[in-house]
Design a protein around this ligand. Structure first.
Ligand SMILES: Cc1cc2nc3c(=O)[nH]c(=O)nc-3n(C[C@H](O)[C@H](O)[C@H](O)COP(=O)(O)OP(=O)(O)OC[C@H]3O[C@@H](n4cnc5c(N)ncnc54)[C@H](O)[C@@H]3O)c2cc1C
Length: 392
């Protein structure tokens, strides 16, 4: 791995840093709801208008076509500038729907959707999981009857993040009723405003309603919205999952180091019940030191992963290992901050800006489930990276 930054890398960092100084919104992002969605759209539009949208997308589709190392630089500069977090309502559109369309979509689908995604005009959600199909996605049952012009969808999807604000959906359904497992599935572009769609929010411990159950009652989706082939949607879904689990979290991986730094500052300023500063407690100091070491190791592994992925053109299964490490460290960090803050850590009104550490702690539970649970990431790591024998 060559960690020497080229002249072009250094020049890119300076340009990004200079732009972000004035561009980052001064007002904090609203905690959740429609206001948060319009804030995210506006920030995305601003990046688009100034030529900073789609860092990982090829230039021919309006992206920046950056190398892996330059993407790292971009995420480092975003974290440094305290820019709005990139895992927001634009995340699914930019990090997996767009890349899936680039890899698998028709020219018409690309021409229509990609500019809307890049400019923040269209938000997307992901309709994969169902009440009985999460980790075992291949057991999904939402049904699509294929006609001459369209597919009629009936069933329900579960845990659909930001369904209420999304314009479109990555929708995976069973089009061959006689099929089993990953055969007979189809990946569709679903219009979230189509008649027959009913969205019921689920209230979570984050005190918001960002996840939903989505019901489909005879929803007509035109055949031109099929991405890939009818009944062969599993391979398109694998593309989507590889974007989701591949490099989709690099920003979070790099930001960890920054956050550990903030926790160390906090420990130097916050007094424990016995009057000492938290950093004077050996146990807390030791945990912060080991978190700093872990976050540095994660940063180094991210750089190695991204360099390898640049070289081979394939992020491979290492994304699973990285997700596992980053979610575990994320959780350990917010637990340590809980010790530093004491009782006040338990105060939470759902506002990320007012209670950032408590929000992070609650989010750490989401993070270790959504996008594939930690147990599944361990299975993939054991099977595909360590090549251990299967238990069953
Ligand atoms: C906040 C949140 C947001 C989400 N957003 C979306 C979204 O936008 N779109 C979407 O489609 N989905 C979304 N999901 C769904 C998410 O992908 C699933 O919850 C996840 O894949 C787990 O599936 P499950 O809930 O069915 O649990 P299950 O698969 O039933 O798992 C239950 C437990 O068993 C373990 N387990 C299951 N299989 C194995 C195995 N083979 N080996 C070892 N352990 C195993 C799991 O790790 C877990 O601990 C979201 C989930 C959450 C919590």
């Amino acid at each position: 791995m060559d960690l020497q930054y080229s002249e072009a890398d250094r020049e890119f960092r300076e340009r990004a840093r200079a732009w972000l100084v004035d561009a980052v919104p001064k007002q904090p992002r609203p905690a959740h709801g429609a206001e948060a969605a319009s804030f995210d759209r506006a920030w995305q539009r601003k990046m688009y208008e100034h030529g900073w949208a789609g860092v990982a997308w090829p230039k021919q589709y309006g992206g920046l076509g950056l190398t892996g190392l330059q993407q790292v630089i971009w995420y480092e500069e975003l974290a440094r500038a305290r820019a709005p977090h990139y895992i927001n309502t634009t995340y699914i559109a930019l990090m997996h729907a767009g890349p899936t369309l680039i890899a698998r979509g028709t020219d018409a689908q690309k021409a229509f959707h990609l500019p809307k995604i890049l400019s923040g005009e269209a938000l997307w959600c992901q309709g994969f999981s169902e009440p009985n199909a999460g980790s075992d996605l291949a057991s999904l049952k939402t049904r699509g009857d294929v006609g001459n012009d369209d597919i009629v969808v009936n069933g329900a999807k579960m845990w659909t993040t930001d369904a209420k604000y999304a314009d479109y959906q990555e929708l995976l359904i069973r089009t061959d009723p006689a099929s089993e497992r990953h055969k007979g599935l189809t990946w569709l572009i679903g219009d979230m405003k189509a008649p027959g769609i009913d969205i019921k929010p689920i209230r979570t411990m984050l005190m918001d309603e960002h996840v939903n159950t989505v019901f489909y009652d005879n929803v007509h989706i035109p055949l031109v919205n099929v991405v890939g082939e009818i009944d062969k949607g599993w391979s398109t879904a694998l593309s989507t999952l590889s974007f989701e689990r591949g490099l989709g979290f690099i920003g979070d991986q790099l930001e960890l180091y920054e956050r550990v730094g903030r926790a160390i500052d906090l420990a130097g300023k916050t007094r424990l019940e016995d009057g000492r500063f938290a950093i004077e407690d050996d146990g807390i100091a030791q945990r912060l030191a080991s978190l700093k070491a872990d976050s540095l190791a994660i940063r180094a592994m991210t750089l190695a992963h991204i360099t390898e992925s640049d070289r081979t053109g394939d992020p491979g299964p290492k994304g699973s290992l990285m997700k596992l490490l980053v979610t575990g460290t994320h959780k350990a960090l917010s637990e340590t901050v809980g010790e530093i803050l004491g009782w006040s850590f338990l105060e939470f009104n759902g506002d990320r800006t007012e209670h950032p550490w408590t929000y992070d702690y609650l989010w750490s539970w989401v993070f270790s489930i959504s996008g594939g649970t930690s147990e599944i990431q361990r299975e993939i790591t054991a099977d595909r990276l360590l090549e251990l024998p299967r238990a069953r």
